[in-house]
Design a binder for this molecule. Structure first.
Ligand code: HEC
Length: 154
């Protein structure tokens, strides 16, 4: 455990240097908060997938029940961000590329591919084995990455 005062000092230093997470982003001033809302869902994607990745790579003990619950949670989230990419929602601080809007069909395909990989993950979780879990997690991570390469700035 780091000493709280040291952690606070480090946080202050980072803030002063302008290096704190997200400090380079402007505020989302849109009344509907589209960008903030979808970014919050994507962060939840990451939070939910992370423990599954750790289990799949044997960096954390495989727990079949926890794995299944996580896969199901990821599936529930997997439908959520897309409706938040409204026509009027390409504004700072978005990390989305303009292709989200100019290549809407390809963006939809990337969503479908992603959801299919998550459905396969849920199926794999039913097997309750690490052998089934590992490739399914890798396939999901590939879908995240593939979409980001095409549709996210970084
Ligand atoms: C179909 C495309 C697509 C898929 C699939 C996708 N993302 Fe993204 N992701 C995006 C786009 C576009 C953004 C930028 C959103 C914005 O800033 O408006 C984004 C943003 C993010 C962010 C940044 C949020 C922030 O505020 O910093 C994270 C983290 C993220 N995605 C994680 C994931 C994870 C993890 C997965 C897979 C489990 C995933 N994404 C799947 C398109 C996708």
């Amino acid at each position: 455990m780091p000493a709280p005062r040291a952690a606070a000092a480090a946080a202050l230093l980072l803030a002063l240097l302008g290096l704190a997470a997200c400090s380079d982003r402007v505020a989302d001033t849109h009344p509907q908060q589209w960008v903030s809302k979808r970014q919050a869902v994507f962060k939840d994607f990451t939070r939910t997938l992370e423990p599954l990745g750790l289990m799949a790579r044997e960096r954390q003990a495989f727990d079949a029940a926890a794995f299944r619950a996580g896969a199901q949670r990821l599936q529930a989230l997997s439908t959520q961000p897309w409706a938040l990419f409204t026509a009027d929602s390409n504004y700072p601080p978005t990390l989305a590329r303009p292709e989200v809007w100019t290549q809407a069909e390809a963006f939809r395909r990337a969503q479908d591919d992603y959801r299919a990989s998550v459905a396969a993950l849920v199926q794999a979780a039913e097997a309750g084995t690490l052998v089934a879990a590992r490739p399914a997690v890798e396939a999901v991570q590939q879908r995240c990455k593939a979409c980001h390469e095409q549709f996210r700035q970084r």
